[in-house]
Write a protein that binds this ligand. Structure first.
Ligand SMILES: NC(=O)c1ccc[n+]([C@@H]2O[C@H](COP(=O)([O-])OP(=O)(O)OC[C@H]3O[C@@H](n4cnc5c(N)ncnc54)[C@H](OP(=O)(O)O)[C@@H]3O)[C@@H](O)[C@H]2O)c1
Length: 313
């Protein structure tokens, strides 16, 4: 298959591209950086130079025929950056452009597209969210409000044909997780507030394998929660990571300080309590995580991060 990956040089993309190539697909990966074109080539894929926000220029570099598009690109948020109203509005516009242009491209080629989102659900006590739950847009996740509408419209009209994967917090060798790792190395990682809220997790490699299953099965118009099998609080995840890295147990930072320093938008998502079910992905996609819990996943990831950086970093 001819597969165009937008965001193939990011955290999930770096696990996805080699596997798509291994499976004998002809893979095209978009990047804004000339330097990464060679690196994409080295793993047997084709680097496409361009920016998803500039569709006209990008189209000239694409082949005449494609079979499917995978969107993984997202506008970057600098770790530690305060989320202002202005910045949030810029991110919302940028995210809208990413979705609109990627979906327009899928319409042009008349092919399906796999789109990303997050497990933005608010659960209480023993509640477990599944794909029938409404996506909650609060804090920073509000930047996805318009794209939810775009996706829901496409599901209704089948134009373009979409599949959406709702990822838990993605960890692996690269992306924002490298920032958390570096904070831990410096002994500066903190538990936010009490840290007793549950956050779903998924290893980047398992996020990639879910995309491969979605390409194989093509369940058009469906959404799937992609998270591992294990419930864990923010606190226990952080403490376990510190233990693996032989660091002392991270202290707590009062939630109101996070709110003051990083703004209400970050505060609201960091404090969100969410437990999810991955049963639909297992049933329909025949997918299951190779790292069913953060424990095995973190162990492997920390080992890897000690010795090498992300391939595209
Ligand atoms: N990380 C998480 O915890 C999490 C949780 C839920 C959902 N998600 C979603 O899952 C997807 C994958 O996440 P990730 O962590 O792998 O993402 P990531 O590492 O942040 O990926 C960044 C990618 O986006 C590309 N990109 C950024 N701006 C671009 C532009 N204007 N035009 C073209 N490409 C652009 C970058 O390409 P170049 O720099 O090479 O140009 C890079 O390949 C994202 O959509 C993300 O929102 C992530």
């Amino acid at each position: 298959m001819k597969i165009f990956v937008i965001g193939g040089t990011g955290l999930v993309g770096s696990y996805l591209l080699p596997r798509l190539v291994e499976k004998d697909n002809e893979v095209f990966a978009l990047t804004r950086t000339q330097d990464k074109i060679q690196r994409i080539k080295k793993i047997g894929a084709n680097g496409i130079l361009g920016d998803i926000r500039n569709l006209q220029a990008l189209k000239k570099n694409l082949p005449d025929k494609l079979d499917i598009i995978v969107l993984l690109a997202m506008p970057s948020v600098k770790p530690g950056q305060r989320m202002t109203k202005k910045l949030k509005e810029e991110l919302r516009k940028e995210t809208n452009d990413f979705f609109r242009n990627s979906m327009d491209l899928a319409i042009d080629y008349n092919i399906p597209i796999i789109l990303p989102s997050g497990t933005s659900f608010k659960t209480e006590n023993d509640e477990i969210a599944d794909e029938t739950w409404p996506i909650l847009r609060i804090g920073l996740t509000e930047i996805g409000t318009d794209t939810d509408e775009m996706v829901n419209r496409a599901i209704k009209t089948q134009n373009p044909k979409v599949i959406q994967l709702l990822y838990g917090k993605i960890y692996g060798n690269g992306g924002l997780f490298r920032f958390i790792y570096n904070m831990m190395v410096k002994g500066r990682a903190k538990i936010i507030g009490k840290g007793d809220n549950y956050i779903p997790n998924i290893h980047a490699s398992d996020a990639a394998s879910a995309i491969i299953k979605a390409i194989e099965k093509l369940p058009i118009g469906e959404k799937f929660i992609i998270a591992d099998d294990t419930e864990v609080t923010q606190k226990d995840f952080t403490i376990y990571m510190a233990q693996l890295m032989n660091k002392k147990r991270p202290g707590h930072i009062p939630a109101f300080i996070i709110r003051l320093v990083l703004g209400k938008d970050f505060y609201e998502i960091i404090r969100l309590n969410c437990k999810v079910s991955n049963a639909k992905a297992k049933r329909v996609l025949d997918w299951k995580p190779d790292y069913p819990s953060y424990k095995e996943g973190l162990e492997e990831t920390i080992k890897e991060m000690k010795v090498k950086k992300n391939y595209f970093a």
